[in-house]
Write a protein of this length. Structure first.
Length: 288
């Protein structure tokens, strides 16, 4: 996988990024590699050009993300790709919320250099995480359910070293894959557009708008990059309204996962519209 990874570095998907998504699972890494080189989303020319001595055909980040998200399917699915939808929630949660997984990941990522309740760096009990997120209006049982979902998707790890259920007394930490999702993938239009078909939308009008786009792609097989960006704008506006509607005195501050991710999405849209756009030079709060 090394030569393929190196060829992607200049386009934004580095070897480290792919390794983070694969985690420590060698089989998963090999499956990712096979998916990339056999995918219908990648032309044979892009794979064989350098080997055959011809001019190198760039493999774009957009193509790699699409492959890792969709594999051999027309649309992204949490059950078929190597990437997860951090905007989703499950029907059994007491208070459905598109940001709960993000808030859990952001909390664990922000505190990953600190020692938790069991004395280990970046491990925090599920009860402690639930107590912290309760300040943002989340019910403890919903937080625990979200942590279990993140665990099963290998975005976080538990102190019992397994990926089965955790309880409030178990401790968890963020994995490299979880960090990549909240820090990097939330800035990518391809990811943001790709997760829309599996994101529960609580606004019927927005759900109809986004559903029309998905149906259009299903019929046409492909939609243009500009249309993808416009669709992500609709998605961003919806998420921003959800965030404002769920705000508490604590969550109204900028030090939340929702504020962090919404800022990333806004910058991704701005960058797409103007490649020369200037962004804040302040260090990212998760880069330390």
């Amino acid at each position: 996988m090394n030569s393929m990874s190196n060829s992607l570095t200049a386009k934004g998907i580095s070897r480290e990024s792919l390794e983070a998504i694969a985690g420590l699972d060698v089989r998963r890494a090999l499956e990712m590699f096979v998916s990339i080189i056999t995918s219908g989303y990648l032309s044979e020319t892009a794979i064989t050009s350098t080997v055959m001595g011809g001019k190198a055909v760039p493999i774009t980040e957009r193509s790699i993300l699409k492959i890792l998200m969709r594999t051999g399917y027309k649309f992204f699915s949490d059950h078929s790709g190597f990437i997860s939808n951090i905007f989703s929630f499950e029907s059994g949660w007491g208070k459905p919320d598109n940001f709960l997984q993000i808030e859990a990941l952001y909390f664990l990522a922000s505190n990953r250099k600190l020692r938790g309740q069991i004395g280990l760096e970046d491990y925090f009990t599920c009860r402690y995480v639930a107590d912290q997120l309760q300040r943002q209006g989340y019910a403890p049982d919903d937080v625990l359910a979200a942590l279990n979902l993140l665990l099963k998707r290998h975005l976080i790890a538990a102190d019992h070293m397994g990926f089965h259920d955790v309880t409030f007394d178990d401790s968890v930490r963020i994995l490299a894959s979880g960090y990549m999702h909240v820090r990097v993938l939330s800035t990518r239009i391809e990811y943001l557009y790709g997760v829309i078909p599996t994101t529960p939308i609580l606004d019927r009008s927005v759900a109809n708008q986004l559903g029309d786009v998905v149906r259009n792609e299903s019929i046409r097989g492909e939609i243009g990059h500009y249309q993808q960006m416009k669709t992500v704008e609709i998605f961003h506006d919806y998420l921003a309204r959800q965030s404002r509607g769920n705000a508490t005195p604590f969550s109204a501050s900028e030090n939340t996962g929702s504020a962090y991710v919404l800022g990333h999405i806004a910058e991704a849209i701005k960058q797409y519209k103007n490649v020369n756009a200037q962004f804040s030079r302040n260090p990212d709060p998760l880069d330390f």
